[in-house]
Design a binder for this molecule. Structure first.
Ligand code: KG4
Length: 342
């Protein structure tokens, strides 16, 4: 291993995935271990926070051990431990954070706190060696929807964000109501594949001149359509409904991103977060890229959803930028992606 290489151990436990990874120089994944609890929470129709925390406790050290082993390194070889400290479920975050602090205390390695949303953006660096700021990133996950101007590795500005529900939440909720279960996003995506995107109509929320989003009205309109059909004893066509709904949401996400590109003059567009796996969104972006001459970056599906490699990558840029955290660093469940990296 080159002496100048920087190795970061990344740890992630903000929701229902326990994950650990070793990444070299912010770009090269040496190991990427994920213990997902999704199958377990399926029986409850969503993540049960207390159970998630307990399962993280069981999984965290085996994940870290496997990540180090698979990377062929020992804790002494690591330059810093990067850990998600927010946003996320407080109990879940505390498990990863406590494990990271324990490792730092025992080894003397520096602790680097990472914003989970910054991690999602950095998944793109792991997939595209040539990618460098500046670019725009549409971050779409279960809890967040925002357009971020990535000015440099650590200088991030939010250009637009949702004022209510995240796109993922709007999809997950409707998936549950039409009986597709949890996790709704991938199931809606699959259900919509053979559907007609023009079969159902949904409203648009006008957000004036801003780049902000609003999905709660669209979600309510979808719920009303479902309830009205049920009252009339009519069946909604699940594939048509899933296709129309996702097509509608995807178009809004793409339109705002294109507007952001026109305003900033930036043509490099990255996607990040779980919903960026959505095929309707990718199709809408593919079409827009031809029309508006955009260069698109889609991270690999495995790196779109929660993982620790993206945390190690973000941790690398924080580490070389000088960030060091005290062992008193606390979990921050509502942590915002602001200019804290500037
Ligand atoms: O980024 P992520 O793993 O977790 C956070 O919210 O941080 O994103 C999870 C979200 C969920 O809402 C899930 O339903 C959604 O990503 N998702 C999808 C797809 N795959 C995952 N949504 C739509 N289509 C998909 N193919």
């Amino acid at each position: 291993m080159d002496k100048k290489d920087v190795l970061i151990l990344g740890i992630e436990s903000s929701c229902d995935e326990t994950a650990a990874s070793v990444v070299r120089n912010g770009r090269e994944i040496l190991s990427d271990i994920i213990a997902s609890q999704a199958d377990f929470h399926e029986q409850y129709g969503g993540v049960v926070p207390e159970l998630a925390s307990r399962m993280h406790v069981d999984a965290i050290y085996p994940c870290i051990d496997s990540a180090l082993k698979e990377a062929g390194v020992a804790l002494e070889d690591i330059d810093a431990v990067a850990v998600t400290y927010g946003p996320g479920l407080v109990g879940a975050l505390l498990v990863g954070l406590s494990a990271a602090k324990g490792l730092c205390l025992a080894s003397g390695k520096p602790l680097v706190g990472v914003n989970h949303l910054h991690g999602h953006i950095c998944a793109n660096y792991l997939c595209f060696p040539e990618l460098e700021p500046e670019f725009l990133c549409l971050c779409v996950s279960g809890g967040n929807t925002q357009i971020v101007h990535v000015k440099s590795y650590r200088d991030l500005e939010i250009l637009g964000k949702t004022r209510d529900d995240a796109a993922g939440e709007a999809i997950d909720k409707i998936a549950r109501v039409i009986g597709l279960g949890y996790p709704g996003g991938p199931k809606m995506d699959k259900a919509g594949q053979i559907g007609d995107i023009h079969a159902y109509e949904f409203p648009r929320n006008h957000m004036g001149d801003t780049l902000d989003f609003s999905f709660s009205g669209i979600k309510t309109a979808a719920l009303n359509l479902i309830n009205q059909s049920r009252q009339k004893d009519e069946e909604i066509n699940i594939s048509d409904f899933a296709a129309s709904y996702q097509h509608h949401i995807a178009n809004i996400l793409v339109e705002h991103t294109v507007k952001a590109s026109e305003r900033t003059g930036i043509r490099q567009i990255c996607l990040a977060g779980g919903v960026s796996a959505n095929s309707f969104l990718r199709k809408a972006f593919d079409e827009a890229s031809l029309k508006h001459d955009l260069k698109l970056y889609y991270p690999k599906l495995r790196l779109c959803t929660d993982n620790a490699a993206m945390i190690a990558s973000a941790g690398y840029y924080e580490y070389i930028g000088g960030r060091r955290d005290e062992l008193s660093l606390n979990a921050s469940p509502s942590l915002k992606l602001q200019r804290q990296y500037a």
